[in-house]
Design a protein around this ligand. Sequence first.
Ligand code: HEC
Length: 123
Amino acid sequence: MRASAFLSAALALGVPALPVSATSAAADEQMLTPAPVPAATRQAELLRLVRQDCGSCHGLQMEGGLGLPLTPRALADKPPAALVQTVLHGRRGTAMPPWSPFLSENEAGWVVEILLKGLPDAR
Ligand code: HEC
């Protein structure tokens, strides 16, 4: 009788501190969660903007024109965060205009991601 009472007390004490480690794992995961992807209808609008507006300077196939080429190969070595800043704020002293009046940071990030992968019809 006494022995089994001792055993169950020991088991109770031996329960690992699961809740603590589970909570910090969840917090880590949340920090790594990528920014939300724009809704499908907004993605279609953004793709149209890239082809028409960006394409007017960067070329319909993003191979360059007045603006630099924005093909996956041309952008491969450039830090994506810097590209997002260029899209949002433009480049002073060049023809590259700021797009922050039209694009959220999130949307600019999505556009850069698409350019890095290659436009759906311009791979
Ligand atoms: C009026 C012309 C024009 C339009 C429209 C334009 N750009 Fe540009 N863009 C440029 C020029 C010119 C440069 C090169 C600036 C420089 O010399 O550093 C540039 C540079 C860039 C760069 C940096 C490329 C690199 O290799 O560092 C990115 C990214 C970019 N543009 C994205 C866009 C996107 C996305 C759009 C549409 C939302 C857009 N641009 C629309 C003219 C334009």
